[in-house]
Design a protein around this ligand. Structure first.
Ligand code: GLY
Ligand code: MN
Ligand code: MN
Length: 447
């Protein structure tokens, strides 16, 4: 099956858009991520910096992209590791500067070791330097070292950058608005994740250990060439009430719910799905009641996720439904409007209803403009993830304790409303129970 990609043309358009926002007397310096040690000489799996990936698609560490609007010899300059047969035998292939031009669309490319000689020259007579200032002391020091090299030449009539601008101010606003190709990438990631959740529902049996279910998720992610976008949360019973539970090593008990928050990353794009289902395959009466409240809250929130509403409208809708549900469950007493004003739901629903989603699972982009929540617009992608958590320490009726439910989907805003990217994942009580009753089928095909 043909899988979506971001084309070289699209990467070029992104750089053009950024350069337009920067203005012509500027220069941008965007570093790749570095490899990081996990222990002794073992590295963590390399993950490219999201800003760098967004602008270049270049997958290697030890690289720096430089954008120089209007430069005759080429606006996009990439510094990267040189080819090295010995190093490539040990640690894998490198594009080298030639490959950076041929395969990744750089206008010019140089060995990363030459950056100190070349970059100050590119900065000459540029007024504004855009870079991710303040994220790494080492990078800040190097950037100002290069600026000082240019300053040392002022007597020969050269001007050094004198305005220092946070790259993310332009770039993160741009990343917030996804193009059609990005929707395709995110739809693909969400479909693979939906199938992983379906697989987890189908294999789950009392007595299994949480990590065995995690293994099923990973299997589904990896067989489509993806990896987890974040640590999978696989929490049975009261573990489902621990929001960031990632130990995943308790046995699953008959009669408990299992909360799974897991999503893969495809081509750098994250998906983020939560489903909660009964270990035995059938909801108890109490579990079902709680589940239906969260499901209704999620439906109310998703209905508000449309252009023209503001960022907090889905959250307000979820809170109203959750509060009514807590009264119906006998957990809260009083007038709903008073309970909402006093945030009486907070011991049982303590997080917000969503976040932006994209190259980062908690993606970039402002949530407020000035003093007000920003308006939702086509191209934005957000999660909608209400929950209810009756941990053992809460004051909820005993019959509810140990029940933790969250339901999370990925929602792309479109001109006509929205598209639920993760919509293929079973969600209603009937869908979940029938999926769990079915034979394990999803060994092939899918996404
Ligand atoms: N999985 C991270 C989150 O839901 O925000
Ligand atoms: Mn989320
Ligand atoms: Mn999540």
């Amino acid at each position: 099956m043909k899988t979506p990609t971001i084309t070289l043309k699209e990467f070029a358009r992104r750089r053009q858009r950024l350069m337009q926002a920067m203005g012509k007397n500027s220069i941008a310096v965007i570093p790749a991520a570095s490899e990081r040690l996990r222990n002794r000489d073992v590295e963590y799996a390399f993950r490219q910096d999201s800003d760098f990936l967004y602008l270049t698609g270049f997958p290697e560490p030890d690289a720096v992209a430089v954008l120089v609007p209007g430069r005759d010899a080429g606006e996009y300059v990439l510094f990267c590791r040189d080819r090295d047969p010995v190093m490539e035998t040990w640690s894998g292939r490198r594009a080298g500067p030639e490959g950076a031009i041929a395969a990744y669309g750089a206008d010019c490319a140089f060995p990363i070791g030459d950056i100190g000689e070349i970059l100050p020259g590119l900065m000459e007579n540029r007024t504004t330097l855009c870079a991710p200032f303040g994220h790494s002391e080492a990078l800040d020091r190097r950037l100002f070292g290069w600026v000082n090299q240019v300053r040392s030449k002022v007597r020969s009539g050269v001007r050094a950058p004198c305005e220092f601008f946070a790259l993310e101010h332009h770039l993160h606003e741009q990343r917030l608005f996804k193009q059609a190709g990005e929707f395709r990438m995110m739809r693909h990631a969400a479909t693979i994740s939906a199938n992983a959740h379906r697989r987890a529902m189908q294999v789950c049996r009392p007595g299994m250990i949480e990590y065995e279910i995690e293994a099923e998720l990973l299997h589904e992610f990896r067989r489509h060439g993806t990896e987890p976008a974040y640590h999978s949360i696989v929490g049975g019973g009261e573990n489902g009430c621990i929001l960031h539970y990632i130990e995943n090593r308790s046995p699953l008990r008959d009669g408990d719910l299992l909360l799974i928050d897991a999503g893969c990353e495809y081509g750098g794009y994250a998906s983020d799905i939560t489903r909660t289902f009964p270990v035995s395959g059938r909801f108890s009466a109490e579990q079902r009641e709680v589940y239906e409240v969260v499901l209704e809250a999620q439906a109310a929130a998703i209905a508000k996720a449309v252009p023209g509403n503001h960022w907090n409208d889905p959250h307000d809708a979820a809170v109203a439904t959750i509060t009514r549900g807590l009264r119906a469950l006998g957990v809260l007493k009083g007038r709903p409007s008073d309970l909402i004003r006093k945030e009486a739901f907070k011991p049982y629903y303590m997080h917000r209803t969503g976040h932006w989603l994209g190259l980062d699972v908690h993606d970039v982009g402002d949530y407020r403009i000035g003093d007000t929540w920003r308006l939702l617009e086509p191209g934005m992608v957000m999660t909608v993830e209400p929950g209810l958590y009756f941990g053992p320490q809460t004051k909820a009726p005993k019959a509810l304790r140990g029940i933790g439910v969250r339901i999370e989907d990925d929602v792309a805003l479109t001109r006509s409303g929205h598209e639920v990217l993760s919509g293929e994942c079973p969600k209603t009580v009937a869908e979940i129970e029938s999926c769990m009753a079915a034979e394990v089928t999803s060994r092939s095909g899918a996404a």
